[in-house]
Design a protein. Structure first.
Length: 273
């Protein structure tokens, strides 16, 4: 399905995530001529992509001839307070604001965009290859049509889930937003364990990377649960079972992962204050 908007799309923040989402939107058929980008220092790869699509990038936008149909806010959380007042001046009565800024609640946007339809979303970095997952929540000004538009836009980079309780965005961020870092760290640790066991560093790295990538692909392609897939690899009394006795011990991976998600959730709530 080709994406279309009844007016311009203003992208505020052309970093890696903002750029990835824009790339997904254009791949789904959004007209590049509808896109306006506000970014003082775009990432080099994003800048090259925008130049290839003949999309101009400006540090700051004073005014527009037509209010945006959608303002996609993809700036870093620490600068959002400086950016929102200027963006609010550009919004029209029918503008939809879609934020992917981590840790900033709907209320932070409603102060600057009173009476405006606002969606807060939490994507993750696999969006860069259109394999991400995003969880979104809408304020009470968002119409069914606007929600469908937001869903279409976000689905350009992966799966989309919706929640009604905004408080769930903090554990969502802790699980899926931060989750890729946990997986990458697992690959790091697995490679290091291989080196410690006597493998050549390059081989240990290749084995760890291929194992994580292949296992993720199998998980994505299978209808079995992660637990069932794990059991299929584990022969009673075998080498995998010996390793899982360590990982599944009292102070093993489940306890560590639960503590990690709790810490990330807590930090997300602190950032929203």
């Amino acid at each position: 399905m080709t994406l279309s908007l009844q007016g311009p799309l203003l992208l505020a923040g052309a970093g890696k995530m903002g750029g990835a989402i824009l790339e997904g939107l254009l791949a789904r058929g959004l007209d590049a001529r509808q896109v306006i980008v506000q970014e003082p220092s775009p990432a080099p790869a994003v800048a090259a992509f925008l130049a290839d699509k003949a999309i101009d990038v400006v540090p700051y936008i004073d005014a527009l001839t037509q209010p945006p149909a959608l303002i996609l806010v993809a700036v870093k959380p620490q600068v959002i307070g400086d950016v929102l007042p200027g963006l609010a001046k550009l919004a029209g009565p029918d503008t939809l604001v879609l934020s992917i800024a981590a840790g900033r609640p709907l209320s932070a946007f409603e102060k600057h965009f009173p009476g405006t339809a606002i969606v807060r979303a939490m994507p993750n970095t696999p969006a860069a290859i259109r394999r991400g997952i995003t969880v979104a929540v809408a304020n009470d000004r968002v119409t069914p049509v606007q929600r469908a538009v937001a869903d279409d836009l976000l689905s350009a980079v992966g799966e989309v889930l919706w929640v009604d309780d905004e408080r769930l965005l903090d554990p969502v961020t802790a699980v899926s937003g931060s989750g890729p870092a946990y997986v990458f760290y697992l690959a790091e640790c697995l490679a290091e364990a291989g080196r410690a066991a006597g493998l050549d560093a390059a081989m240990a790295e290749q084995l760890a990377r291929a194992t994580v990538v292949g296992s993720a692909a199998l998980l994505g392609a299978s209808e079995l649960t992660p637990a069932e897939l794990r059991r299929n690899v584990t022969s009673p009394g075998g080498t995998t079972a010996a390793a899982l006795e360590v990982l599944g011990g009292e102070d093993g991976l489940q306890k560590l992962m639960t503590a990690a998600v709790e810490a990330a959730t807590k930090r997300g709530r602190e950032l929203a204050e």
